[in-house]
Design a protein around this ligand. Structure first.
Ligand SMILES: [Zn+2]
Length: 291
């Protein structure tokens, strides 16, 4: 592959700190897809994350960051791990993507609910681990709703299902807890960031990340040349039911403080001003993202 200077084909679109172009040029697309489908690293990553064999490649684009560009706002690419994301350096000596050590203990909230196997009446929130392995579609898998968890001795502990508002509030709390540092202590997040992958990457070096990894593009403060990377996501190959129930990676959404303030509005009420001020100190105006 020679993507170093090639035109990927799509229309250039300006995003947060780069210009992106979808990879649409036919022969280039074919070459990239055929190279990626045989990658043993991708196969291994998909199997260990999703318990699935095989994958498809999506959201292929080339991103170019001009010299003098500041780093991105810290963010995750999704609030749970639907797919994997990959960044490939197309030129040598570029600044690496930055990230904090992955928080594997956080409870990343999914949009998926399964029937409670205790009371058969209410639904239980499906965890990120369960959802990415599609355990909610397995017949023998047991789920327990919040009411039955709260009243384990009484059998059917609840007299009513959670309302939509209660379910939404629970999701807001989960998002808030999972990304609390990004929201409340951004200076700490940035101070903890290190290079994701090799600190001095060569052309062709890549990182494979869980979308919930808190990271940021480093901008481009070193090189006169544009920082040029290939971006794509990897979707596990599963049954049709398995795919349709979980939604797709949405490349337009980033889980940064402004998204979290919007999504977790009820939970963030008391800390909203604090969050805006903390980000302002670092030079980020969150109102700008919300507009
Ligand atoms: Zn129950």
């Amino acid at each position: 592959m020679h993507l170093e200077d090639m035109n990927p084909g799509g229309d250039p679109v300006e995003i947060s700190n780069a210009v992106q172009q979808d990879l649409t040029e036919k022969s280039l697309c074919r070459d990239v897809h055929s190279d990626l489908t045989v990658s043993s690293q991708l196969h291994a990553a998909v199997e260990s994350t999703f318990g699935a064999r095989g994958f498809t490649v999506h959201n292929l684009k080339v991103l170019e960051t001009p010299n003098g560009t500041a780093p991105q706002i810290p963010h995750a690419d999704d609030y749970w791990n639907r797919e994997l994301f990959v960044v490939v350096h197309l030129r040598p000596g570029q600044q690496p993507t930055q990230c904090v050590p992955y928080d594997a203990t956080a409870a990343y909230s999914t949009d998926i609910h399964a029937q409670c196997s205790q009371c058969q009446e209410f639904t239980a929130a499906v965890t990120d681990y369960e959802a990415r392995r599609r355990e909610h579609l397995q017949r023998d898998k047991q789920f327990t709703c919040a009411a039955c968890v709260a009243n384990p001795l009484q059998g059917v502990g609840a007299t009513r299902a959670q309302s939509r508002d209660e379910i939404d509030l629970a999701m807001q709390r989960q998002h808030y807890d999972a990304f609390a540092e990004v929201l409340l202590r951004p200076a700490e997040t940035i101070a903890r960031m290190r290079s994701c992958g090799h600190p001095e990457p060569s052309a062709g070096d890549a990182i494979i990340g869980l979308p919930t990894l808190v990271h940021r593009g480093p901008g481009n403060s070193l090189s006169v040349a544009k920082r040029r990377v290939l971006f794509f996501t990897v979707r596990p190959k599963l049954s049709d039911a398995g795919s349709s129930s979980v939604g797709k990676y949405e490349s337009d959404i980033q889980i940064h403080a402004a998204w979290l303030l919007w999504r977790c509005e009820d939970v963030c009420k008391d800390v909203r001003q604090h969050i805006l001020a903390e980000y302002k100190k670092l030079g980020y105006s969150l109102e700008k993202f919300e507009a």
